[in-house]
Design a protein around this ligand. Structure first.
Ligand code: RP5
Length: 213
């Protein structure tokens, strides 16, 4: 995957704070590719290239972008700053690039003040993957082809899990053990228990055994 990837008519913009975020953020691109959603991808840093972030946020809607994904690590202000410059939906991906393993980026991305939301995903690769799926889900609200691909994706995911479950069951299933009989175990057979006999009480009749209730 190259930086600054361009497609004919991108509807999703993927931003990241640094090229060091690319191995994580390409998970978002991979999902968009799977669903056939056109996207563009570039680097923009809220701290290192603030003017570029401003311009991107202000101009994205006019250029036909419908959803913005922003991934950043450390004091991750990229998604929040982009969201402050546009009313397009912004999806934030906290990246685990710092000594705090992304907890700093998670809080910086998710803790937006009321009125300027950022849909924040989980930290790292899964979050980036989900940002791609989520962006496709937003686009799918007005694109039936993408909506159908998302449905197929769910069915395939379910089938994959079932296949894995079957494989695990095949590996872990213990052979059925037959309980050893007393003869197998060399235990002498017990004497037959004597059946209880009712003795006729002197002067009384033997109790009658009626049908079982
Ligand atoms: C953040 O700082 C970036 O999003 C990246 O996760 C982190 C480190 O960037 P580099 O120093 O690797 O360029 O702004």
């Amino acid at each position: 995957m190259k930086k600054g990837v361009l497609m004919s008519k991108p509807v999703v913009g993927i931003l990241m704070g640094s090229d060091s975020d690319l191995p994580i953020m390409q998970e978002a691109a991979a999902m968009l590719q799977e669903f056939g959603v056109e996207y563009e991808m570039t680097i923009a840093s809220a701290h290192r290239t603030p003017k570029k972030v401003l311009e991107y946020g202000v101009g994205a809607e006019r250029r036909g972008i419908k959803v913005i994904i922003a991934g950043a690590g450390w004091a991750a202000h990229l998604a929040g700053v982009i969201a402050s410059h546009t009313t397009l939906p912004v999806i934030g991906v906290p990246i685990d690039s710092s000594p705090l393993k992304g907890l700093d980026a998670l809080l910086a991305t998710v803790q937006m003040p009321g009125g300027v939301p950022v849909a924040t995903m989980s930290i790292g690769k899964s979050g980036a993957k989900n940002s791609g799926v989520f962006a496709a889900q937003i686009i799918a609200t007005s694109d039936v082809k993408i909506a159908n691909r998302l449905k197929v994706f769910r069915v395939e995911m379910e089938r994959d899990v079932e296949e894995k479950a079957k494989r695990i069951m095949a590996i872990t299933a213990a052979p059925v053990m037959k309980e050893p009989s007393a003869v197998d175990a060399g235990v002498p057979a017990k004497k037959k228990s004597r059946r209880r006999r009712w003795k006729k009480k002197p002067g009384g009749a033997a109790p009658v055994q009626g049908p079982a209730a």
